[in-house]
Design a protein around this ligand. Structure first.
Ligand code: 1CP
Length: 359
């Protein structure tokens, strides 16, 4: 990666591998970053977590910057993602969020009734999420000299609704799906508010300095294509249409979406995330090769011994076939106990082997 001159303000990284690939342009090697690349599989992160809760790390811009930089210092990654979470924006709507030890996120006052939906506030991200916007400004100062672009992100309306209504993680999502099916009037009010929040938050992050944005619809694959098209797509589209006004590339990510990739694409986004439940070449064929794609190694592959891991990473790159517009990533977030050494080997291998697939 090239070192940039930062004496005249923020660096222009438009020619970096990652940004070029987001625009569908050819690069010397395939850019790689890993979803959830900052986190508990790294000893440096665990050390900071001994003294701080996850929300403390997120709400202190200096600490959030430090965590964002940990994987950048450890591996030759082509992009950083700001250390934050998809759930703090819900606090701005009036929901009480807590990350409980071992249990994951809990919303103490979940959205269940008509009164709950009507009481949801439409927060201004510049006001409620200033800590992440400050963290973005601070992190850019660290990243610019290294020539590494920064990704800002938001949860997508359905994934946010899932936590807001269920009150936390959920197996079958009975409550959120019931509201969707039984009360389309309330669903519309809630999803419109969530879509505006997601879109506004993404735009605010780009204004603060994020060079790429990603919309995480992690749980959208729990829906049938019918439900997605009728009850979710319009709101993801609203969020993505607002995000597009920022003028930076937007990645639209979901999991379990193999059966509805054209609908995900229709909702919007410049780059489409693909998980490992479909071969990358088949997914790319469906989307069309003019649409950049991000993916798609199974995160659990990182637990394999190197020869098996190498084989699977090679297969993903062979299926991408050196075409422009592929960003290598996992199909979902890195798993907590992942061996750090395999992460380093994988990142280096992606660069080395993908060079040989060009021209
Ligand atoms: O310290 C800890 O407790 C570790 C767990 C952790 C981390 C590292 C949580 C709690 N949040 C985060 C940070 C985070 N979350 C990042 C930045 C890190 C990086 O990518 O480098 C990002 C992008 C997220 C996004 C996020 N949070 C998503 C979407 C991505 C995905 O993996 O699907 C989701 C669904 C969440 C919710 C969440 N945050 C944390 C937990 C335990 C959960 C619940 C997950 C579940 O319901 O199963």
């Amino acid at each position: 990666m090239s070192t940039q001159d930062t004496t005249n303000g923020p660096a222009d990284l438009s020619q970096s591998r990652f940004l070029k690939a987001c625009r569908g342009e050819q690069t010397d090697a395939t850019p790689v970053w890993l979803m959830r690349q900052a986190g508990r599989y790294m000893a440096e992160y665990r050390e900071l977590r001994k003294k701080n809760t996850i929300l403390e790390l997120i709400k202190d811009p200096a600490l959030a910057t430090e965590v964002t930089m940990q994987p950048i210092q450890a591996f030759d990654l082509d992009a950083a993602i700001i250390f934050a979470d998809i759930l703090p924006p819900l606090e701005g709507m009036g929901l009480q969020l807590e990350f409980q030890k071992g249990e994951g996120p809990v919303i103490h006052n979940p959205v269940r009734t008509e009164a709950d939906v009507r009481a949801l506030r439409q927060p201004d991200p510049e006001e409620f999420l200033h800590f992440t916007l400050d963290a973005i400004r601070l992190t850019r100062k660290e990243l610019d000299p290294r020539g590494v672009p920064l990704i800002g992100f938001s949860g997508a309306p359905f994934t946010l609704a899932s936590y807001a209504v269920e009150g936390g993680s959920s197996r079958n999502r009975v409550l959120v799906k019931s509201m969707m099916m039984n009360r389309p009037d309330l669903w519309d009010i809630m999803m419109t508010k969530l879509a505006k929040l997601a879109g506004d938050y993404l735009v605010a992050q780009a204004k603060a300095g994020a060079q790429v944005l990603q919309l995480f619809d992690s749980w959208v694959g729990e829906l049938s294509p019918y439900e997605y098209e009728n009850f979710v797509l319009p709101y993801s589209k609203l969020a993505l249409d607002i995000a597009a006004t920022a003028g930076v590339p937007v990645i639209h990510f979901g999991t379990n979406t193999s059966g509805m990739l054209p609908l995900i694409q229709k909702a919007g986004g410049d780059v489409i995330g693909v998980d490992w439940r479909i071969n990358l070449d088949e997914a790319w064929e469906i989307l069309g090769h003019s649409t950049p794609v991000q993916g798609n190694l199974d995160p659990v592959t990182l637990f394999a011994e190197w020869p098996a891991l190498e084989k699977r990473a090679k297969d993903v790159l062979d299926r991408a076939a050196g075409r422009p517009g592929h960003i290598f990533n996992l199909g979902h977030g890195i798993v907590i106990e992942t061996p750090v050494d395999n992460v380093r080997k994988l990142v280096d291998y992606i660069h080395e082997y993908s060079r040989t697939l060009r021209g």
